[in-house]
Design a protein. Structure first.
Length: 181
């Protein structure tokens, strides 16, 4: 029986222990891989849920802005010169006539400033006014609020040459860039 002791020890004890250690090692390795994959997928799912929630919030805010988008598209679709003229007429009715007088009004055929760097259609509109500084501020605020597509290109303010001592009127020459569809 001494002849078989070494073979029995080798194939009966050592080989099964080595196979058991290899199987247990593979089991722990696979369990680690599965756990790592599971935690990675959980993180990705949480990110996905956060992105879905953010996208839903953005969509909700866009739906609320839809009426503004329609209004802005309508504003951009109007002919700029007539829209500025009609808005200035409405603004002139709100302001004191002694402090606000509309002068020359022209549309330039050339492009300058920002409009040369873009493919978007623009119109350059030059307007002159005579009025007090405070009244003109109100007029410009009202015009630019009603027409957000206007961009101020140039503003020149000079004293009125025919000014009398009691009248603090100034001459204003304004150039707007009107963005169009």
């Amino acid at each position: 029986m001494n002849h078989y002791r070494q073979s029995i020890a080798l194939f009966g004890i050592v080989v099964p222990i080595v196979v058991l250690v290899i199987v247990l090692g593979l089991g722990f390795f696979i369990k680690g891989k599965i756990s790592s994959s599971f935690s990675n997928k959980q993180t990705l799912f949480k990110t996905y849920e956060a992105n879905c929630k953010a996208a839903t919030q953005i969509e909700d805010s866009i739906v609320k802005q839809r009426s503004h988008l329609d209004r802005w598209n309508k504003l951009l679709g109007e002919e700029s010169l007539s829209a500025v003229n009609s808005n200035l007429s409405a603004i002139a009715k709100m302001l004191p006539s002694k402090e606000f007088q509309k002068g020359g009004f022209e549309r330039s055929g050339t492009s300058s400033g920002f409009s040369t760097a873009t493919a978007q259609r623009t119109s350059e509109i030059r307007i002159s006014f005579r009025g007090t500084f405070r009244t003109m501020q109100r007029a410009f605020l009202e015009l630019e609020s009603r027409m957000p597509q206007l961009q101020l290109q140039e503003l020149r303010i000079t004293p009125n040459a025919n000014q009398q001592n009691a009248s603090p009127l100034l001459n204003f020459q304004v150039t707007y860039l009107a963005w169009e569809n």
